[in-house]
Design a protein around this ligand. Structure first.
Ligand code: PEP
Ligand code: MG
Length: 599
């Protein structure tokens, strides 16, 4: 494949352009654009040398042969009970591959545009879908799904079970409509310079992961293919929220100076092996939210005490491919082994039908649909498998279980019954098990209103502010178009957080704030003033948050809460916080943080 044809320092001919964006992961990245595409599988556009074209066409032909083999097998399994029989569907897919000009057109694109097979498949299937869009009715929808399915099968055959995304070029700036969390975990290994997406918000999982990997990221740039070109040189400014296309030399130099200035994140703070105390002596427990187990080693060096949130769905790298009990057991033992005595809180799968392998398109509102604990309780086979794996791993390690998207007491009671049943079955079979604590995520309004009852059933609670803001304010956390309405400082959010913290104090159980709010210095004094004593933050925030906490007093955080108590809008609260910080603690915040917007 073609290597980087131009270095970043090479002269730039076109005029510099600035595009406004929303910053979702702080930092600056300078590099050349690499387009990534695909919904279920994400892949890059790769420009080929003329000498590579024939090999790419035979790669495609092998994938076609494999797809035909699979489809013939599937088409032979006729199921007489089904309305539109399975064999009919796969028969149609076979026809698309064998008798239409679909494959021929894909080969032409590889030949004429000199791009990889994945990109060519996407180009041709998009063209088909556009043409079919002019035919109205259900018939169109079925055809649409057929073409998409065939394209997806070809893409899978091209890559086998290997992940489809891997970068070869250094300093790539990944451009994609929406980034799948599994793709970013794969990409982070080759250390791209930055990410630009069209869709997504500050608390989208891809943004959360970008922060965990210290990867600058911006979102909210529309018509990506029109405003950016493959291999354009860009600066991604994840501090001020902008992309600079074809920057001139002075601009590059000034941003490089900012990078040099901010490259302090890896230095260990003094006393990193001690607990974190405020200046007036209150201990604040700082844990880490971890997706890749090895990241905990760094978090621990920086002073984190245990893993406050392990999103177990990070084990699902392909839709519908749920790891087996033994695979999960090994993964949980590994992460718990790394966390050691400080322990890990494993959240059970917080997934929807898309990742579970069902048909998400039947759901109009996936965020309100069959997801998280609802999916676990309605398809309890997967839940039981996961619970068994956790119970077995807990035999020798400190592990707690966290249940996601709890809406009331009934779901915890049912989950606890299942956990008890599985535990008994394992014990009766002579298999060693542990006795994990059971906690609930508080992240939907009904859980806030019934938090005292929930606290009566749980060993601890985790306050998920990302979803709490989404569900309390009815604002999609993944939709940049409504980013203005995603107001972490809305008075309703602050009141809800205060109520949950107070209820846990009364019930005598611990609660950790584990949403992104806990990892952002702007919100931390407010959280402490409301009563938070445990924060679980992404690894790159550990150092900053500990530094901030050890520079402030609880007394002053209580003053802050008093000052904002009567304010009626997020804007007013934001201004009051900024004013207070500038007056009392300006030196404790990272450069530029108090200048940017934090609603
Ligand atoms: C949250 O909702 O705040 C949370 C921590 O979980 P997630 O971001 O995975 O939904
Ligand atoms: Mg959540």
């Amino acid at each position: 494949m073609k290597q980087a044809a131009h270095s970043i320092d090479q002269a730039v001919n076109s005029a510099e352009r600035h595009l406004a964006a929303i910053a979702v992961s702080r930092g600056i990245g300078i590099g050349r654009i690499a387009f990534l595409d695909g919904e279920k599988r994400q892949f890059f556009r790769i420009d080929l040398e003329p000498s590579q074209i024939d090999a790419e066409i035979s790669r495609l032909r092998q994938a076609v042969a494999e797809s035909i083999r699979q489809l013939s097998e599937l088409a032979a399994n006729r199921d007489p009970d089904k309305h539109r029989s399975i064999s009919d569907i796969f028969g149609v897919h076979l026809l698309i591959i064998e008798e239409s000009s679909f494959i021929e057109k894909i080969e032409t694109v590889i030949q004429d545009i000199a791009v990889n097979a994945e990109w060519a498949i996407k180009t041709v299937s998009n063209r088909y879908l556009k043409q079919q869009g002019s035919v109205p009715g259900d018939h169109f929808r079925e055809k649409y799904l057929d073409i998409e399915d065939v394209a997806d099968r070809l893409l899978t055959s091209l890559n086998g079970s290997r992940p489809a995304v891997h970068l070869t070029e250094p300093d790539a700036v990944i451009v994609v409509h929406e980034l799948r969390p599994s793709a970013i975990m794969e990409l982070a290994k080759s250390k791209p310079a930055a990410v630009i997406t069209e869709r997504g918000g500050w608390t989208s999982h891809a943004s959360i992961l970008a922060r965990e990997f210290a990867l600058p990221m911006v979102t909210g740039i529309h018509d990506l293919e029109q405003v950016l070109l493959q291999r354009d040189l860009v600066i991604v400014d994840g501090i001020n929220g902008q992309v600079i296309v074809n920057p001139n030399h002075e601009t590059i130099a000034s941003f490089r100076a900012v990078i040099a200035d901010n490259g302090l994140a890896v230095f260990l703070p003094e006393g990193s092996n001690k607990g974190t105390l405020t200046r007036d002596g209150t201990e604040i427990v700082i844990r880490a939210n971890i997706d890749l187990p090895d990241a905990y080693n760094m978090a621990e060096k920086l002073g984190a005490r245990g893993i406050g949130l392990y999103r177990s769905e990070s084990l699902i790298t392909l839709p519908g491919v749920i790891p087996t009990e033994d695979e999960q057991f090994a993964a949980y033992r590994k992460i718990a082994g790394i966390a050691g005595d400080a322990g890990v809180r494993i959240r059970t799968f917080d997934i929807g039908l898309d990742l579970a392998g069902g048909n998400r398109s039947t759901e109009r509102n996936p965020s309100l649909g069959l997801r998280a604990i609802r999916l676990s309780l309605s398809d309890s086979a997967h839940f039981r498998t996961q619970i068994r794996a956790i119970l077995r791993a807990a035999a020798s390690h400190k592990i707690d279980i966290v249940l996601p998207m709890i809406t009331g007491v009934a779901e915890i009671v049912r989950s606890k019954d299942i956990i008890k049943e599985e535990r008994e079955l394992l014990v009766n079979a002579g298999i060693s098990v542990g006795d994990p604590g059971i906690g609930a995520m508080i992240e939907v309004p009904s859980a806030v209103f019934t938090v005292r009852e929930i606290a009566g059933q749980a060993d601890f609670l985790c306050l998920g502010t990302n979803d709490l803001v989404q569900y309390l304010l009815a604002v999609d956390r993944d939709n940049d178009a409504v980013a203005e309405w995603y107001q972490t400082l809305h008075p309703a959010v602050i009141r809800a957080i205060g109520d949950v913290l107070a209820a846990c104090k009364d019930a005598g159980i611990t609660v950790s704030v584990c949403g992104e709010m806990a990892g952002s210095p702007f919100y931390v004094p407010l959280l402490l003033g409301l009563g938070a004593r445990e924060l679980s933050v992404h690894v790159n925030a550990v150092r900053q948050i500990r530094h901030l906490v050890s520079g402030i007093t609880i007394q002053k955080t209580i003053d802050i809460v008093d000052k904002i108590r009567t304010l009626e809008t997020a804007d007013h609260i934001e201004n009051a916080l900024r004013e207070y910080y500038l007056q009392h603690w300006s030196g404790l915040f990272p450069t530029g943080l108090l200048d940017s917007k934090h609603r």
